[in-house]
Design a protein around this ligand. Structure first.
Ligand SMILES: Nc1ncnc2c1ncn2[C@@H]1O[C@H](COP(=O)(O)OP(=O)(O)OP(=O)(O)O)[C@@H](O)[C@H]1O
Ligand SMILES: [Mg+2]
Length: 135
């Protein structure tokens, strides 16, 4: 862990920001103490992911500095910072998608005549269940 400090940090994806609205992350200064637990709360588009990408070194801020334990890491890339980031999207599958994916092939109707009546009934029950949970 480390103490993470933001000094007059701001980021605009567009060049030459003129107003606050031009910033994806509006100017801020803040300290995250070593060992602390912090949550970023704010409406969609307020700059949460941009800030985390700046912390991990994936985005270089257009203004200000990031310090780890007092050391300026603003110019360092992700690899040089020895930090990990877990992204939101791989965890964004909904419950019914995680459950349904492995058994989709078994739920396809197959009129080959080789499957037992019980297997076909089971497929129909699963299909009805999936349709209900996806609503
Ligand atoms: N690579 C990019 N290029 C240009 N604009 C971007 C880029 N990434 C984000 N933005 C814009 O920057 C602003 C902040 O986006 P960001 O993804 O940091 O917000 P967020 O708070 O994480 O939103 P959400 O809660 O939806 O995840 C938004 O207006 C977004 O459209
Ligand atoms: Mg985000």
């Amino acid at each position: 862990m480390a103490r993470i400090e933001f000094q007059n940090l701001a980021h605009a994806y567009r060049p030459n920001p003129a107003t606050l609205d031009d910033y994806a992350l509006q100017p801020m200064s803040m300290v995250w103490e070593d060992g602390g637990a912090y949550a970023l709360l704010g409406p969609s588009g307020c700059g949460k992911t941009t800030l985390l990408n700046i912390v991990s070194g994936l985005v270089k801020p257009s203004e200000g500095k990031v310090l780890f334990d007092g050391r300026d890491v603003t110019a360092l890339g992700a690899r040089e910072r020895n930090i990990a980031q877990v992204f939101q999207f791989p965890g964004d599958l909904r419950h019914h998608e995680r459950v349904r994916q492995p058994r989709v092939p078994a739920a396809q109707p197959q009129n080959t005549g080789s499957r037992s009546q019980e297997a076909r009934a089971r497929s129909r029950r699963h299909s009805r269940h999936d349709a209900g949970s996806a609503a």
